[in-house]
Design a protein around this ligand. Structure first.
Ligand SMILES: [Zn+2]
Length: 433
C-alpha cells in the first residue's frame, strides 16, 4: 500500500516521545495534574484502501484515545486522527481513516505497548494484574495481548514441530478442587489437574493440556503429525496406567521409562501404611508422639545409606522398642531393597537386586508389600528402560517450579487457557533467551 514518507521528527517533545510516524502536537496538564499528550502524523497525503488513488484532502479530524507506554508514570494520549476524503469521485469508499504501524485499524493500544505487556509477562513470572496496573490497562486487555502472542507463536511452530526423541509427560495439580454452578444450575467440578509435555533433551515445555487421564494425553498427541510421533523413542512418565495406555496407542516406537522418584515414593507409602496398621494393631489407636515409630517416622523413610552413624543407631533402637511383630522392620527392608534396585546402573545388576527384593517380599508376607511387588512387576519393562536410558523427568522439574510460581503469582487462574498461555509463553522466552 502507498505509504507517505515521513520526515524525521526534530522537535524536542517528539524526539522524547519517540513514537514512530508521530509528532507531539501539544502536552497539557488535566485538572488532577495528569499529563495529556496530543499526537498526530505529519502525513500530507494518503492512498485510498479501496481504489488506490492518492488524496491530499482531509475530510475531518477526530480525537482518538490511544493507550501507550508510561513515561515516568501514566500519560493520557490523544491522537488527532485524520479522516481522508477519496479523490476519486466514483469510489465507493468516499472517506477513510488514517492508520499507522503503531496504531493499526481498530487498535486501541500502540504496538509498542502491546510488546511491552507481552515481554513483561512472558520474560518474568509476574502477576498479570500488577503489570496491567503499571501499564495502565485492564486485566482482560493484558491477557488478550498474551493470548494473541501465544496464537502467533503457535502458528509459527505448528508448521514444523521440533523433533523430540525423548518426551516427558508429567502431571501437576494447578489448583485445589472447586465446584461451581453452571448456567443450568448444575454443580460442576473444576478440573484441577494439568499435564505437561516436555522435551527431555532441553527441558522445554512443548505442550500443556487439561486433566491427567488417557484422553487428555491422547488429545494432545493427536495434534502432532504422525512422522513426529514415530520419531519419539523414549517417554518418561509417572507410573500411571492411563499415560501408558495413551503412549502405547499413539507413540508406537517409544519405550516407556518410569521415574525412580515416583517408585521410591511408592515404597515409602507402603512403609507408612504398614506403620499405621501396626500402630492400630498394637495400641488400638493411631500413632502419637510417645510411640517411637511415629516420632521417628521420617527417619524410617530416609535412605539407609544417607543416614549418619547416630541415625543408624537410632533406627535400630526404634525398631527394637516399638515393633514387636517385626512387621515395620520387614516393610523397611523391602523399601530399602527397592531403593537399591533403583540405584542400579545396569539392567543385569537390577535383575539381581530384584530377585532379592522378591525374596524380601515373600518373607515379609504382608498385603502392603505384595501390592508393591505387583506394581514393580507391572512396571518392570519401564524400570529397565529407565535404567538403560536414564530418561527421567528431572529436567521437567525446572519447568514445574516455574509453573508453580506462575500459579502462585496469578493467585490461581480460573481459566486453563490463560494459565496454559502463560506457561507456554514463559517457556518460549526462557528458551530463546
Ligand atoms: Zn477511493
Amino acid at each position: 500500500m502507498f505509504k507517505p514518507a515521513v520526515d524525521a521528527a526534530d522537535d524536542a517533545a517528539s524526539v522524547l516521545f519517540n513514537l514512530p510516524e508521530y509528532r507531539v502536537v501539544a502536552v497539557t496538564c488535566d485538572q488532577v495534574g495528569g499529563r495529556v499528550v496530543f499526537i498526530g502524523t505529519p502525513a500530507r497525503q494518503a492512498g485510498c484502501p479501496s481504489c488506490g488513488v492518492v488524496t491530499a484532502r482531509v475530510h475531518q479530524r477526530t480525537l482518538q484515545r490511544v493507550r501507550d507506554v508510561p513515561f515516568d508514570g501514566l500519560v493520557t494520549v490523544w491522537w488527532i486522527k485524520k479522516r481522508w476524503r477519496c479523490a476519486e469521485g466514483l469510489c465507493p469508499k468516499a472517506t477513510f481513516p488514517e492508520h499507522t504501524d503503531q496504531v493499526p485499524p481498530f487498535a486501541r493500544l500502540t504496538t509498542r505497548l502491546k510488546t511491552r505487556i507481552v515481554t513483561a509477562l512472558s520474560a518474568e513470572v509476574r502477576c498479570v494484574q500488577a503489570v496491567a496496573t503499571e501499564l495502565g490497562v485492564s486485566w482482560p486487555t493484558a491477557m488478550r495481548q498474551l493470548t494473541a502472542a501465544m496464537g502467533a507463536h503457535a502458528g509459527r511452530t505448528a508448521d514444523r514441530p521440533v523433533l523430540v526423541y525423548s518426551l516427558g509427560i508429567d502431571e501437576h495439580r494447578f489448583r485445589s478442587v472447586r465446584w461451581y454452578k453452571d448456567d443450568q444450575q448444575v454443580w460442576r467440578r473444576v478440573e484441577p489437574w494439568m499435564t505437561t509435555f516436555t522435551n527431555l533433551a532441553t527441558g522445554a515445555v512443548i505442550g500443556v493440556v487439561d486433566g491427567r487421564d488417557s484422553t487428555a494425553v491422547k488429545t494432545w498427541l493427536k495434534t502432532r503429525p504422525r512422522w513426529w510421533r514415530h520419531r519419539v523413542r523414549v517417554v518418561a512418565i509417572d507410573p500411571s496406567a492411563a499415560f501408558r495406555a495413551a503412549v502405547a496407542t499413539l507413540l508406537p516406537k517409544a519405550r516407556v521409562s518410569v521415574d525412580h522418584f515416583h517408585l521410591v515414593k511408592l515404597g515409602n507409602d507402603m512403609l507408612t501404611a504398614v506403620r499405621r496398621r501396626v500402630s492400630w494393631d498394637t495400641h488400638d489407636r493411631r500413632g502419637r508422639t510417645s510411640d517411637p515409630t511415629w516420632a521417628h517416622r521420617l527417619l524410617l523413610l530416609r535412605g539407609y545409606d544417607t543416614l549418619s552413624d547416630n541415625g543408624k543407631t537410632k533406627l535400630k533402637t526404634v525398631l527394637a522398642v516399638d515393633d514387636p511383630t517385626n512387621q515395620i522392620g520387614a516393610a523397611w527392608g523391602v523399601k530399602e531393597q527397592l531403593r537399591r534396585l533403583l540405584a542400579c546402573t545396569t539392567v543385569a545388576d537390577a535383575q539381581r537386586e530384584r530377585a532379592l527384593f522378591n525374596q524380601f517380599v515373600t518373607w515379609a508376607a504382608m498385603p502392603e508389600t505384595d501390592r508393591l511387588k505387583k506394581t514393580i512387576d507391572t512396571w518392570w519393562p519401564a524400570i529397565a528402560t529407565s535404567i538403560r536410558t536414564r530418561a527421567t523427568n528431572a529436567k521437567t522439574e525446572a519447568a514445574n517450579v516455574t509453573i508453580k510460581n506462575i500459579k502462585r503469582t496469578g493467585r490461581g487462574y480460573r481459566s486453563h487457557d490463560n494459565y496454559r498461555c502463560r506457561i507456554m509463553l514463559y517457556n518460549t522466552a526462557r528458551m530463546t533467551a
